[in-house]
Ligand binder design. Structure first.
Ligand SMILES: [Zn+2]
Length: 331
């Protein structure tokens, strides 16, 4: 088991500038403020997106989380699913919680046409604009604004590492090597493809300890989950409340089993929830996923863990020390 490297004190970029990593406190490391597709909204409005309603929902929700003791929320929304840091900044300005932005690109298969034409050996023959984007977001701020990304996010789907997904992973590995920022992933546990992510990134120089394999909480395959951790990575038990995929009882059961095997130092807890998502809009969530909210760990899951004998030290390890270890250490 790997413990937190408490001796390493760094600062972490948030929407309000750098925060000492000791001050991150209880952290939800895989959430989304708004998941959108502005082009789709312009052309096929679904009637549910209303900017001021969404902002008010996020402000109220994050204020409530702060009152429950959460101090930091990482917004793993990247381009491809509607990252809009100007909009999130309007939320961040009104809440006491630390919000952390991410960079990366979200695609399960192919990149936008722009990237087919811009890059090494392509029509507009230049360095890969993905690398520029990631490094600029981390070093200079997103879109030339003042918000610097504090984490990288990549994904692979059941389709696996397609040529374009590989390009994103390579660009993330380069940005990681240059900046030290941790790589968080969206994985597909059903195809055990966190192992492919680990191998691909490790082959490109990324220490598996600096990789957070996301969505592992969807899996009950202990051998798979232990293999990811034994290779050095931290795993995201990060979809509490997503009961349309797997019940919270079963998610808790898996966490407890892995804690009993000594893996407290390599798990983090979150929801992968959103205050608005055009993919699964609020009206659908209210009916089919009522617990898929960012307060579910505080209100439902921590009592379930306690009842199962999990100690407050183990909870602090998963919700304070492990996120801190992943978020600090930016070069
Ligand atoms: Zn997510």
């Amino acid at each position: 088991m790997r413990g937190a490297r408490q001796d390493e004190v760094g600062s972490v970029e948030t929407f309000r500038g750098p925060v000492g990593s000791r001050d991150l406190g209880v952290t939800l490391i895989h959430e989304h403020i708004f998941v959108r597709n502005p082009e789709l909204e312009m052309n096929l409005p679904d009637g549910e997106w209303d900017q001021s309603t969404a902002i008010e929902a996020a402000v109220a929700g994050l204020t409530d989380l702060y009152e429950r003791g959460i101090r930091t929320v990482v917004d793993l929304t990247v381009p491809g699913i509607g990252r809009d840091v100007r909009l999130v900044a309007r939320v961040a300005d009104r809440v006491p919680i630390n919000l952390i932005a991410a960079t990366g690109w979200y695609t399960p298969d192919v990149l936008p046409l722009y990237f087919q034409f811009h890059g090494p050996g392509l029509t507009i023959d230049r360095a890969d604009p993905l690398v520029d984007l990631f490094i600029r977001d981390i070093r200079d701020g997103i879109g030339g604004g003042g918000v610097r990304a504090g984490i990288l996010k990549v994904m692979t789907h059941p389709d696996g590492i397609t040529p374009d997904v590989a390009r994103v992973l390579v660009a993330a590995a380069v940005a990681h090597t240059e900046t030290g920022v941790t790589i968080a992933t969206h994985s597909d546990p059903a195809s055990r493809n966190g192992l492919d992510q680990q191998e691909f990134l490790r082959d490109r120089g990324v220490d598996p300890e600096r990789i957070l394999i996301g969505h592992c909480g969807d899996s009950e395959d202990l051998d798979y989950l232990r293999a990811l951790m034994d290779n050095g990575s931290t795993i995201g038990m990060d979809r509490f409340g997503m009961e349309h995929v797997l019940s919270d009882e079963r998610r808790v059961h898996t966490v407890v089993a892995l804690l009993e095997m000594g893996y407290a130092g390599q798990m983090v807890l979150a929801h992968d929830a959103a205050f608005y998502s055009h993919v699964t809009p609020p009206s659908w969530r209210a009916v089919f996923a009522p617990h898929w909210r960012m307060d579910t760990i505080s209100s439902r899951i921590l009592p379930m863990l306690r009842d199962a004998g999990v100690s407050s030290d183990e909870v602090a390890q998963m919700m304070v020390a492990n996120p801190r270890r992943l978020l600090e250490g930016t070069a």
